[in-house]
Design a protein around this ligand. Structure first.
Ligand code: CA
Length: 490
């Protein structure tokens, strides 16, 4: 009798689980749109990204927010940055990192503590995460690698407070103290470092790179997760290719031999090490016979680093043909590589502009989650219709908002708000309140400002942006001379 119940129970579980896809989000930190051999084969080697693109659909006009935490919060909540108000990267509780000191402008109120799983936590967005939703649906939920969902000493510093049943190596840190196992990934009892990567003690002292250690550790955990008849949601979030730009010893020599600048050789090796992890996961799913039932989404969390930290010779040109890079409102800061595989489409490219929050409703659909209990309302729109490359929606409005003084000295990196509809993109620069209008199709590099020439289009988008900023009660940069926020455009 007991065996019969066990049998029935297992049958029921596998029946309920049928049709529920496993989800693997392969998130890369700071990987630029062109930092791969799909776009720049003369510099980068990412054969597994190429392979994934052949097996699925590449979204060539996919966007994130301009830097880390805003994108991670949009991914977990389905909310646009205008609504979640985590408009920059988070660090210490209730602190606005490195943004004081400008004599003319100050940064307004924002959710500097990141996500909160409960109401009433100051400077945070209370929302239900995709991990909480899927956990309630019976999924195994695993976070591996960089988390950076909120500030230190807040609930969001621990992914386990946000619906992840397992956390491997994720904290409030935005970068690793070290990529090297020989340096224990920054864990030094003599010299505590808040960016030290936890949970990987078995690799301390060994000649292993962080990307590889997290891959091996996560696969070990997944082996035991998969013994239970549950679908899984795995956020495999690479610390690579964020600074510190440290060479991956498995790959770096080949780039040195090509005569590359030494920082750039190290960067390319970080990229190739990340790509190797992607290949390892594709093989792992094959070996476990899970490829068919697993959706893989590959994406980056913002545009590529372009200025500080990169090799000097090409400064500010690393994302060409895109203008500028991480933290900027130009395409170099926002446009990301994004590939979806595991569905029926093969070797296809979609031109539909999509935003990172669009993954939230897409994941709900792939996992057959119909009525999730959510605190927030979701801004994202499912990308599923656009997996068919013939489908597009030119009416969709995409919005960005970054009222922050992370200027880096480059004039292309300024506080901004922006909107894109169809091929047109309007950027509003807070400091001097000027607009720039670009046609992203005919002028991908954003060189010709059409604000005057296409005044009707410009005025329309400026009004749309102004209305959205008002509607969402968004905060604008503060002018210290008047101690007021600058006015909304239109
Ligand atoms: Ca990032």
């Amino acid at each position: 009798m007991k065996r019969l119940f066990l049998f029935l129970g297992l049958f029921l579980i596998s029946f309920l689980g049928a049709g529920q896809k496993n989800i693997l989000i392969f998130l890369v930190d700071d990987l630029g749109w062109t930092d791969n051999s799909l776009r720049k084969p003369a510099i980068f080697r990412t054969p597994n990204m190429e392979k994934l693109a052949r097996k699925g659909v590449e979204f060539t006009q996919a966007y994130a927010n301009q830097n880390c935490t805003p994108t991670r919060v949009s991914l977990l909540t389905g909310m646009n940055a205008l609504n979640h108000k985590v408009t920059s990267w988070t660090f210490q509780k209730d602190e606005n990192p490195n943004e004081g000191g400008n004599p003319r402008f100050a940064v307004p109120e924002w959710n500097m503590n990141g996500i909160s799983p409960s109401a009433g936590v100051a400077h945070s967005i209370h929302a239900t995460t995709i991990a909480q939703v899927l956990s309630a649906q019976g999924y195994a939920t695993i976070q591996a690698g960089k988390a950076h969902f909120g500030a230190y000493n807040t609930p969001a510093a621990d992914p386990k407070n946000l619906g992840f049943q397992v956390n491997i190596g994720g904290t409030a840190a935005g970068q690793p103290a070290s990529y090297y196992g020989k340096q224990a990934f920054g864990n030094d009892p003599q010299k505590p470092n808040i960016r030290a990567v936890p949970h990987l003690q078995r690799f301390h002292g060994k000649d292993i790179f962080l990307t590889e250690a997290i891959t091996q550790e996560t696969m070990r955990v997944m082996d035991s997760v998969l013994t239970k008849p549950k679908p899984f949601f795995l956020l495999f979030s690479n610390y690579a290719v964020h600074t510190p730009i440290q060479g991956d010893p498995r790959f770096v020599d080949a780039y040195y031999k090509q005569g590359m600048d030494s920082t750039e050789a190290k960067y390319a090796s970080l990229v190739e090490g990340m790509d190797k992890a992607l290949g390892d996961w594709m093989q792992y799913l094959d070996k476990k016979d899970l490829t068919k039932n697993t959706v893989i989404v590959f994406l980056s969390d913002n545009g590529g680093l372009t200025d500080v930290g990169r090799g000097v010779p090409g400064r500010n040109t690393y994302n060409t043909p895109l203008r500028s890079g991480k933290t900027s409102g130009y395409e170099g800061g926002l446009r990301i590589p994004l590939i979806v595989s595991g569905l029926s489409q093969r070797d296809s490219r979609s031109q539909q502009p999509i935003l990172v929050e669009d993954l939230f409703p897409s994941i709900l659909a792939w996992t057959k989650t119909t009525k999730p209990k959510l605190v927030q309302s979701v801004d994202g729109k499912s990308i599923i219709p656009f997996l068919d490359a013939k489908k597009s929606d030119a009416s969709r409005m995409l919005f960005w908002h970054h009222p922050h003084m992370r200027t880096n000295g480059s004039r292309d990196i300024q506080p901004f708000s922006a909107v894109r509809q169809g091929d047109w993109k309007l950027i509003f620069f807070h400091q001097d309140q000027h607009f720039e209008l670009y046609n992203t199709k005919t002028d991908l590099s954003e060189q010709t400002n059409l604000y005057v020439k296409e005044s009707a289009k410009a005025e329309f988008l400026a009004k749309v942006l102004g209305q959205k900023l008002r509607e969402t009660k968004s905060h604008m940069l503060i002018d210290r001379q008047t101690n007021q926020e600058i006015l909304y455009p239109f």
